[in-house]
Design a protein around this ligand. Sequence first.
Ligand code: BGC
Length: 507
Amino acid sequence: MEGTLPDHEDWRLRAVGTSGGDLGAMGSAAGGGKLPTAARERKLPDQREEHPGATLYITLIAAVAAIGGLLFGFDTGVIAGAMLFIVPDFHLGPAQQGLVVSAVTFGALFGALAAGTSSDTIGRRWTNIFAGLSFVAGAVFSAIAPNVDILIASRVLIGLAIGLTSVAAPMYIAELSPARSRGKLVSLFQLAITIGILVSYIVDRALAPEQAWRWMLGLAFIPGALLVLGMIPLPESPRWLLKAGAEKAAREALSLVRPLNEIEAELHEIREDLEHNQPAAWTELLMPGLRPALMVGVGLAVFQQVTGINTIIYYAPQIFQMAGLSSATIALAATIGIGVLNVLSTLIAIWLVDRVGRKPLLLIGLVGMTASLAVLGFAQRFAPAIGIDPHALAPITVGCIALYIVCFAFSLGPVVWLMISEIFPTRARARAAAVSTAANWMANFLVSLSFPVLLAAMGPSLSFLYAAMGVAAFIFIVGYVPETKGKSLEDISRQWRTATKGAVVGQ
Ligand code: BGC
């Protein structure tokens, strides 16, 4: 196999070119540093070579896999509006209401864990296809549910699909993407989530006059079917194929999404990485070799939730009404505005994540989120004492929430899903991503469950609690999270391996 490699050193040069200084340091440790400068310069244009067909195809692959994100957003968002009519139709008490709403989060927790095993055994592509089938079944059964038990069971099925897709879709996209554009391609998943949330707000509003909750839930059938049909002709991840020993299929898959001259070098790099990392059983995720990466994955996943995003996504109309936007129509319009901002600001991340990197986006976003939460808490808590006109509270609240959403949407929103898909070595990626994603759903569940109770107990000071989490997230990211911009998945894996004991690389 070595013989078919164009030249190991030759490839290193291209890698140095793609990833800039960070990788350069690592490249020299691996022997790349010995190359003469003239050769370096002669080869550099090589790596900039674009391949329009391959670029278009990988974008299409990412867009199809991201339909799972659309369903994730739609199915988590749509229930708020649908509940207005489900409750009287089925005569639901508070406990049953809670079950209908939280069944999705509960299912997602198990779906994420199941995705760890299924992405390793049947592959990334089939796991995405199963997610699509589960979305379709969940949509149909919830639309025709004759009673609340079937409705709850259908919502668990939808949750399973969301859990599967939230592990398998970003990972599938990351494993097929070239290092130079992996950030923006995986961020399409978050863009799809935000579009799904926005569409759910619009569908809820449009179908409310007819009280058509069955249609609200059933419409998810369409993207579900598109996900299944769209995934069928797509290639499997070359990394999973090599891990499964299917070398020829891996080469074929890679040849669809890379220029010809990059294929052998990348295959070599993946093979080398697989040799260095033993297959990871669940318990091995806690061994010293994988622990630091797992800590980063779980930490980011949890911070994405405990900084409070879903208190806004799930409860925005109530928050706006409490702030003085008394008419329900205006509160709903403000909520749709939040949905639009969420989509548009995700585009900022798509534009910047491969240029400025992951860490700057995370840190700048957290500063904005924390500041807006602190101002919101301060204004609501001390408005009368410092002479703020109570009428000014509504615009201050809307402004702070808008700033918070913008900052989340270009940072923790997309970057967390991206980093969970890229920081683990191929051998352990599915399981470690599954654990991190399950932690995300667990934190989501706890935050959305505790929000009404905490709000009743703490009042406006609750914002300070989420702001404090923002400060903790900032410190965690500065201290432990590596920069992965422009690095191949194997470079990232090698960095964890060579990191000296106790230190985290890439800072
Ligand atoms: C989070 C969801 C959240 C959404 C908002 C996602 O990245 O995982 O919990 O509702 O962003 O856009």
